[in-house]
Ligand binder design. Structure first.
Ligand code: GDP
Ligand code: MG
Length: 293
């Protein structure tokens, strides 16, 4: 019987989650679907080997003390914890204090799934530090997402913890990234804040490009409106408003993903997109028949 299940990855900003996920799913993250995700769909990668399928969920922003998550984002992150067969807690091994996951996430209930702690950046740790951490946390894994050491052993251990089950996705299924969805929500929300109620529901945000492997992270976002007059409102006199939206959205995204961001923000007119099923689908809105998902 094959094994298959969900591994939810948590960790503070900069712990090395993205680096690790890229290593685990390999090339696949770079050919991620550009389509934004619904909040319930938090898959960041799917790793299928001969007889094991690991579906990786993320929990963006959950452990970022500088950023208070919107209700919907926190809800999605907690749901990802609850759905997990195994929780992988990535900890920067160079951090001085090692806290318990339930405490940093401020959970009101204990996590149901077993939690595996992986101390990352072990390439930066002295033998003495490695030894004392191992004594303190005897069940922890030691890895370097950057050079790959320990990652194979960690994967074998996670795979053994997954339940016996048929595969959950077709073998060639590519991953998707919920971070994109949240980023698009942050941009849209910021735009709505800045126009008060001049443009109630006519703004959709689409993330056209998201290059995470560089610093600052490059994000090209487009705000779609339905009419030229709406575009003029969003841009404002001499572009003042769109610059203010861009600046505020960039700050929120930086706090959310925990790294510097270059936000390339555009406004485009897509006539009547709200009545266009293709456009709704492209912007990640649930179509009427799949609202229950
Ligand atoms: P995230 O915020 O948890 O997604 O962290 P990232 O994957 O973006 O990594 C944060 C920083 O730590 C980046 O500059 C990485 O290159 C670096 N990093 C990640 N893993 C390792 C590691 O194992 N060793 C070293 N030396 N650096 C790492
Ligand atoms: Mg990251």
């Amino acid at each position: 019987m094959p094994r298959a299940g969900i591994v939810t990855v948590v960790g503070k900003p900069n712990a090395g989650k993205s680096t690790l996920l890229n290593r685990i799913v390999g090339e696949k993250l770079s050919i991620v679907s550009p389509k934004p995700q619904s909040t319930r769909n938090r898959i960041v990668g799917i790793r299928t080997t001969n007889d094991v399928q690991m579906v990786l969920f993320d929990t963006p922003g959950l452990l970022n003390p500088r950023y208070s998550l919107q209700e919907s984002m926190r809800g999605a992150a907690i749901a990802a914890l609850n759905d997990a067969d195994v929780v992988l807690h990535v900890v920067d091994g160079t951090d001085h204090v090692v806290e318990d996951l339930a405490t940093i996430a401020m959970l009101d209930r204990p996590i149901r799934a077993p939690v595996v702690v992986a101390f990352n950046k072990s390439d930066l740790l002295s033998p003495a530090r490695l030894e004392s951490l191992a004594a303190e946390r005897p069940t922890a894994a030691f890895i370097s997402a950057a050079d790959g050491s320990g990652v194979h052993e960690l994967l074998l251990r996670l795979e053994q913890m997954l339940p016996e089950s048929p595969f959950l996705y077709p073998e060639d299924e590519v991953s998707t990234q919920s971070v994109r969805f949240f980023v698009s929500e942050l941009v849209r929300e910021t735009a709505l804040e800045q126009v008060e109620d001049e443009l109630p529901y006519s703004i959709a945000c689409e993330i056209e490009e998201f290059r995470e492997a560089q610093s600052p992270v490059y994000i090209r976002a487009v705000l779609h409106v339905e009419r030229d007059s709406q575009k003029r409102i969003l841009i404002g006199a001499e572009g003042q408003r769109i610059r203010a939206i861009g600046k505020s959205a960039r700050q929120k995204i930086e706090a959310f993903i925990g790294s510097p961001v270059y936000l390339d923000l555009w406004v485009k007119v897509l006539p009547n997109w709200r009545r266009d099923r293709k456009a709704l689908n492209r912007f990640g809105y649930p179509l009427p028949q799949d609202r229950s998902r």
